[in-house]
Design a binder for this molecule. Structure first.
Ligand SMILES: [Zn+2]
Length: 930
């Protein structure tokens, strides 16, 4: 049966509903028997009986996983719908639409009796996760005896890692039709939630691209653009900022709707080494995760490994590559929510094309501690997540096709080198043929094994998850911090405090608002302050996401270099947003009046005073939304600034128009007599070009595009041809070069396997065109590694001090740093004088000799002491007092170098204004002309 979308508020509405009836656990098979015979010639017995579910092979016309064959997302959705019609074990829900308007779906699978009473079971699961109230003893007994183990599997967030989305149709067919005791046991004990693709838009892009090139010279040609409309591989870096629709829909399912206790996210890795990674992952661990979560990572991951070994599969590895510390990725994010987040990574084929690999000769391996664990995450044989998250996590170098890093040619891959048997890798992969069907088989076994283990251990899992939840809430009563308070009006930008509260809510955290002034740890806080008590089930998450991160450096030997973490080492959300908050030690007084937020908080806006000119404070990134909205309506906008405060002046619009913008954006606007300062900067809507390289796309480009869209800027993507064609100043005021290696900008990717139209970079012609652009008064904005391009090709008096350092001298794979900002410079307008910036192995600068006609200004610098605010950085002293953001007036053009990452993954709200201001400044030829 097809069931319409269920609102996630269901649980709240029905919270008073009591449970009286005992639901029989046995599966009633008679009703479903008709639907279970998958083969074609079984006609319905009655007119009402649903048609039998076709096998995937019948439906798709090929066996899933066949060489060079892919099921496309629209057909997968259609098959899932049919499964829900044909089987009373399957429900189909569309959770929403993706960015490109494709259905984002979840299947709910269980015994028919369970599905008939699904709301009741959802209530039990909510109780298990301490939603709405603390469970009583009677509740507990009911949960443990009658509750089902709620288990989520998510597939193929990285669209080239396409195997799991294919596997999902065979999995659903099996669960819908198989009457074996194993499947019945699973259905009786488990409520299985399946998201067949976390990235349907990308699934379609990758499938179409594969089919387009199949049978041509360009079969191995990588997708030329990102496999997500904005963020490519970084879609798995979004589970605390929730910028993308797909992340938001998933968060809602996880932390407002179903609260699954177990969650497996299925990925693929490189092609050369192990065939599958299963949990547990590797050191370091995160101190805010309950140990039981890591224990169950081991138990359930090893259940998968055992089933694979029993099936005779080779190359199963654990305790490798993927570290246990990091926030931001999909299944990992469950850990701080007391959910058992699990990962599998299967070796990649070339999307759907098979790979041949030379066989290793036994005894010729490089040996454990060398090719194996010694080089964790660095050698090609352990192979990171297929897209090659490179050292330092550079946006510009990720986002490539699956296995591409390891395999671009047509000959066989070299033999695997990690062939030494050991505890975590007892039966190494020795090479041979590897196909999409192999991936599907490994994933089917691993997924069924997880379901089987969860069904077997249902009650133990629920009791122990309950214990983790109980202990978390109890700990909040006795340990520090007792609460986290987030003041609002005293912030540099109160809007950011509101965003922070909203992000916590999206992650399921209960946020309260003080309705009166209160005291905590001896300090008074105003009414309106947000309070996050630690006596809540997701307190671990709130603490981890808000406190300063301390990354434990890992070295495998006394002389070994420090190992790179899997991704960034800092995510302190307050710092990223520029919001000050306090970790409160003592429990708040009983007298504190707190109201739980039940919807997204917002600031009120209004216009006061009387006059033709309107003024509001420029205190942070959100001001740009109002500025851009007003300019679109023809407003004349200026920005005035002193070191203390920046103000936006608006004229040439009606009061009604301003009132509307004030209400929409929560702005306090004063209207006054017309007397703008002579020193104000006139702002016009900038014409922005963002360089969009081919060959895998560039995630930083996608993030930049996304950020600019959100804040109301219009931008145009420019490709190599556009740049080479020149006349850029006629089209653009500002050109943004996203974070990318200078060599890549100039040369792009070459090679005969790449489609000719996507080969190469901007070349010498592009460099010349950019020089002309700056000579004609254009503003060139270089982000991250692209600063190197500007330094190499323009006479800017700046040296990159990061260049040439070794990892032992300087290493910062994603760190939040203290910065000092020149708020009197137009690029520093609206910023706090001291705030936080995100840094990831990008350049930092010193100024050198320049021409007299140039003016070079340091917009932001690192402090002379205490550079690191959160996360891991080696070589802090090298950065002390150095420049982070530099503006060079080239007369008449301008080059702005962002060594720190002002819009990194759309997370760094504190530094967005510097990017926005550089864009605004590009339209302002004569500063001071009011
Ligand atoms: Zn992946």
């Amino acid at each position: 049966m097809s069931v319409p979308s269920v609102s996630s508020d269901d649980g709240h509405r029905k919270k008073d509903q009591r449970m009286h009836r005992h639901i029989p656990r046995s599966l009633t098979l008679a009703a479903t028997a008709l639907a279970l015979i998958g083969i074609s010639a079984s006609p319905p017995i009655t007119a009402q009986a649903p048609a039998a579910l076709a096998t995937p092979e019948q439906f798709f016309g090929f066996r899933i996983g066949s060489d060079n064959k892919l099921a496309r997302w629209d057909k997968i959705v259609e098959y899932m719908r049919q499964a829900s019609v044909a089987s009373d074990r399957v429900r189909f829900r569309e959770l929403g639409k993706t960015k490109n308007g494709n259905p984002f779906i979840v299947l709910e699978m269980s015994a028919p009796e369970t599905l008939k009473n699904l709301d009741r079971y959802k209530q039990l699961e909510r109780k298990l996760y301490f939603q709405d109230s603390t469970p009583t003893e009677a509740d507990r007994n009911e949960i443990f005896r009658q509750g089902k183990l709620v288990l989520l599997v998510t597939c193929s967030i990285h669209a080239t890692e396409i195997g799991a989305s294919q596997m999902s149709v065979e999995l659903v067919h099996r669960l819908a039709t198989d009457n074996s005791p194993e499947v019945r046991k699973i259905l009786d004990n488990v409520i299985f939630l399946l998201i067949p693709s976390l990235n349907p838009d990308g699934q379609i892009m990758v499938t179409d691209w594969f089919n387009k090139n199949l049978g041509t010279l360009f079969e191995n040609s990588p997708l030329p653009y990102l496999y997500h409309p904005y963020v490519g591989h970084d879609n798995n870096r979004d589970m605390y900022m929730f910028t993308q629709k797909e992340s938001q829909l998933t968060a809602k399912l996880l932390w407002s709707d179903w609260f699954p206790a177990v969650w497996l996210d299925e990925h693929q890795m490189g092609s050369n080494g192990a065939r599958i990674f299963v949990m547990p992952a590797t050191d370091p661990i995160n101190p805010n995760v309950h140990p039981l979560i890591y224990r169950w990572n081991g138990i359930l991951g090893q259940s998968q490994a055992a089933a694979l070994e029993a099936a005779g599969k080779e190359g199963i590895i654990y305790n490798s590559t993927y570290t246990n510390f990091w926030q931001g990725a999909m299944a990992w994010s469950g850990w701080w929510h007391n959910q058992i987040g699990l990962l599998t990574e299967v070796a990649s084929a070339r999307v759907a094309a098979p790979i041949e690999q030379q066989r290793a000769v036994p005894g010729r391996g490089t040996g454990a501690g060398d090719g194996g664990r010694g080089e964790r995450g660095r050698g090609p044989e352990t192979g990171r997540d297929a897209e090659g998250v490179t050292e330092g996590g550079r946006g510009g170098e990720g986002g490539r096709g699956a296995g591409r890093g390891a395999f671009t040619g047509n000959g066989p891959l070299p033999a695997p080198t990690d062939i030494t048997s050991r505890t975590e890798y007892p039966r190494p992969w020795m090479g041979g043929r590897w196909t999409l069907r192999d991936i599907v088989d490994y994933e089917l076994i691993a997924t069924m094994a997880l379901l089987d283990a969860a069904a077997d251990r249902r009650e133990a899992l629920m009791r122990q998850i309950y214990e983790v939840n109980r202990a978390t809430v109890e700990q909040g009563k006795t340990s520090e911090p007792a609460a986290i308070v987030i003041p609002v009006q005293s912030q540099q930008d109160p809007h950011e405090a509101v965003h922070l509260a909203e992000l916590l809510q999206m992650a399921g955290v209960e946020v309260y608002r003080a309705s009166a002034e209160f005291e905590a740890d001896g300090t008074k806080y105003a009414a309106g302050t947000f309070v996050v008590p630690m006596t809540q089930v997701f307190a671990r998450y709130a603490k981890d996401i808000l406190e300063k991160q301390t990354y434990p450096e890992v070295r495998r030997g006394p002389n070994a270099p420090p190992e790179p973490p899997y991704d960034v080492t800092a995510w302190s959300l307050g710092m990223l947003l520029g919001v000050e908050h306090r970790l409160i030690k003592k429990p708040l007084a009983e007298t504190a009046r707190l109201e739980k937020l039940t919807k997204v908080p917002r600031l009120d806006g209004r216009v006061t005073g009387n006059g033709p000119r309107f003024v509001f404070d420029y205190r942070g990134a959100d001001a740009a939304k109002a500025i851009n909205a007003l300019m679109q309506q023809g407003a004349r906008v200026t920005i005035d600034s002193t070191r203390e405060a920046a103000k936006v002046g608006v004229s040439n619009v009606s009061r009604k128009q301003v009132e509307e913008v004030a209400t929409t954006h929560g702005l306090e606007v004063r209207s006054e007599a017309a007397n703008g300062s002579a020193a104000s900067m006139r702002v016009r809507a900038p014409r922005i070009g963002i360089y969009q390289p081919w060959t895998g796309g560039n995630m930083d480009e996608g993030w930049t595009r996304w950020v600019l869209e959100q804040y109301g800027f219009q931008s145009t993507a420019i490709h190599n041809d556009d740049l080479r064609a020149g006349n850029l100043k006629e089209r653009f005021d500002a050109i943004v070069l996203p974070d990318q290696n200078p060599q890549q900008i100039v040369n792009g990717s070459t090679g005969t396997t790449i489609r000719p139209e996507y080969r190469g970079g901007i070349g010498e012609e592009g460099i010349a065109a950019l020089k002309k652009f700056v000579d004609a008064g254009g503003t060139l904005i270089a982000l991250g590694a692209a600063c190197g391009f500007a330094i190499e090709n323009f006479p800017v008096p700046v040296r990159d001090l990061k260049r040439g350092t070794t990892r032992d001298q300087h290493f910062a794979p994603g760190t939040i740093l203290n910065i000092e900002v020149d708020t009197a410079h137009p690029i520093g307008y609206g910023m706090a004088g001291r705030t936080y910036g995100f840094y990831n192995n990008s350049p930092f600068f010193t100024l050198v000799e320049g021409f007299a006609s140039q003016r070079t200004t340091v917009i932001a610098r690192y402090p002379n002491t205490n550079v690191v605010a959160s996360g891991w950085l080696k070589g802090e002293e090298l950065m002390a007092g150095r420049a982070a953001v530099v503006s060079v007036e080239m007369n008449p053009g301008r080059i702005v170098l962002f060594g720190l990452r002002p819009q990194h993954r759309a997370q760094t709200h504190a530094t967005f204004p510097m990017l926005f201001n550089a864009l605004y400044l590009s339209t302002s030829e004569a500063r001071g002309a009011s």
